[in-house]
Design a protein around this ligand. Sequence first.
Ligand code: ARG
Length: 467
Amino acid sequence: MPEPEEKGHTAPKWSGRFAEGLDERVLRYTASVGFDRRLAAFDIAASLAHARMLAACGVIAAQDLADIERGMATIGEEIRSGRFEWALAAEDVHLNIERRLTALVGEAGKRLHTARSRNDQVATDVRLYLRAAIDEVDAQARAMQRALVELADQHAATAMPGFTHLQVAQPVTFGHHLMAYYEMLKRDRARFADCRRRANLLPLGAAALAGTTYPIDRARVARELGFDGLCANSLDAVSDRDFALEFCAGASILMVHLSRFCEELVLWMSPRFGFVRLPDRFCTGSSIMPQKKNPDVPELARGKAGRVFGHLVALLTLMKGQPLAYNKDNQEDKEPLFDTVDTLVDTLALFAALVPGIEVDAAAMRAAAAEGFATATDLADYLVKKGVPFRDAHEAVARAVREADRTGVDLAGLPLPVLRQFAPQAGEDVFTVLTVEGSLASRNHPGGTAPEQVRAAVARARAELAD
Ligand code: ARG
């Protein structure tokens, strides 16, 4: 058999341990620099903290540290300006930077990797990345909350039908409906904050898996990088990615919330509802039907929820079969995580801009709230207050609704003598509870839909957002 063609072996040998260079296909398959270069700024920060610690502990000389700092400053600048030459042959972000450092400063560059492995290095980088990403997601989620609160304030008294089973159930205020999403986002943000706390521990020092023989000072590195403490077990530090799982789980839940809001916007924009309009800058047309104005943004965001759930499942599956400690499988954690962050940040930022643009057709909402016997429960409650047991009141109102339906009027349209046939306890005052506004105002307790409660919820939310 002839020797394989030389062009199949483009990469240099990994080290003196190897007899030949890497097959080019293996290189392409295993290299991660195409996507993990995104970690560069975190990789440099972590390397600098590591080098400063090594110098402080006497593991490398002060001159080595000075050279490393100088080299890293150049590299940072090269990367920011787009001049850095990323090489596939150097496999990943870590080796690309280290190689360039050695090219720039020589010996000192080769000393940087003392007491460290790419295993604890990459775990550190990803945690630093995620910490910054969570802060960005949080800022955008907060911006969307602000937008919801301001719109809710404008519509604290705007009546709309509340639905169960997508059937008209009871009147609610639009402001109350919007504030439901405020609450969901509040819990989403709390989940991310919780995830951030657990992620914010330092893996460096774990080295490949078992720790290192050098007299290192992990607490010093942790302090410099803003970590709250140290990963307590070296095997765990290099191998688990549960912080990424937690983030993607929290992201999936947030996308469920946004997706429900999107579904409502799509429904409300349909002419059958006609509750809201979106400004043209958030809508798109049809290439064939000239009359169309489509809610593409809510639809696409609803669709992107699926993509985020997919990333969560990918990461769960990635982890489940791995024996301790580090395995190359872990390299696959990055793309799902990065894409989850991007999707969340983009979607939240867009909704923070879109929500203030929602134009409400209050008359259409009010009319729909008056349809479908939405105040039937109010009538039953009225009878209960006159001494009728609730089950009997429920039955009396059910019969009255049937009669109103038969004669084509609303409950408030039934003449009092007719209403009294079903509910003899009904007096002249019954009509105040049958109106949409009466129904809304009477649900006046914390958590209720009354305009007064919506205004109180808005005030609480404003205080929370000001913190
Ligand atoms: N690019 C690798 C990753 O993302 C870095 C760690 C590689 N470690 C190793 N021993 N091969 O996981």
